[in-house]
Design a binder for this molecule. Structure first.
Ligand SMILES: Nc1ncnc2c1ncn2[C@@H]1O[C@H](COP(=O)(O)OP(=O)(O)OP(=O)(O)O)[C@@H](O)[C@H]1O
Ligand SMILES: Nc1nc2c(c(=O)[nH]1)N=C(CO)CN2
Length: 189
């Protein structure tokens, strides 16, 4: 027997007025060039100002040793932001790239070159992607202490899609180069 849709049940798509579900997004932000804290706060503010994006939490700020970066690279400041959004994942990625450019992010041919601002989408709900502009979940998140430590601070039961609980991933990752900065913090607008 086919069920008649119940007109009193409104799904998330209908509530947002768009055909997109609300997704929980984990965002990693980092900077190792210029005024690092200013850039991270700028990223938080810009994400919070984005239509159809609702920031829910911001981690502590961590001083982190550069991973896979050219010789002589300076330490990063890193943090993780959690947000809810109805934006399609690719639209959120475009927005992140626009914000990076607004903070004078320059792209060079040098892999992991120092940067004023880096915004990585770690996970967008249970969305998977693998194209030229977006790979989800982020392909290197599972081995990055500078992502896992601040994420775990916000959500101790977090699970990285296709990889498992963040708490378990942390047992396999060297986190000695990831140090919480007690003297500075980001504001949730
Ligand atoms: N999940 C993702 N988060 C951020 N950028 C992504 C993602 N998937 C694909 N990209 C693409 O990667 C490019 C970003 O490259 P970028 O030079 O910032 O990489 P990176 O931050 O130096 O290195 P890594 O990807 O290892 O963090 C962008 O053009 C973006 O479209
Ligand atoms: N500590 C640290 N190292 C990195 C970072 C980063 O944000 N923090 N980002 C990179 C490329 O995205 C490469 N290496």
């Amino acid at each position: 027997m086919t069920e008649t849709p119940n007109p009193h049940i409104i799904d998330a798509d209908a509530l947002t007025g768009e055909m997109h579900p609300i997704r929980r997004v984990v965002v990693s932000i980092g900077s190792n060039l210029g005024d690092r804290l200013d850039a991270l706060q700028g990223a938080v503010n810009a994400l919070a100002d984005t239509p159809d994006v609702w920031l829910t939490s911001v981690s502590s700020v961590y001083e982190t040793e550069p991973v896979g970066a050219p010789e002589g690279s300076k330490n990063y400041l890193n943090a993780v932001v959690l947000l809810d959004t109805t934006l399609p994942a690719h639209r959120l990625m475009e927005r992140a790239l626009t914000v990076e450019v607004a903070f004078d992010r320059e792209r060079t041919d040098v892999r992991n070159a120092p940067r004023t601002l880096d915004i990585d989408l770690i996970q967008v709900g249970d969305r998977r992607a693998n194209d030229d502009t977006l790979v989800l979940p982020h392909p290197r998140a599972a081995e990055r202490g500078f992502v896992l430590v601040p994420w775990h601070e916000l959500e101790s039961d977090a699970v990285l899609l296709d990889h498992g609980p963040v708490a378990e991933l942390l047992e396999k990752v060297d986190t000695t180069g990831v140090v919480k900065r007690e003297d500075i913090a980001l504001e949730l607008p």
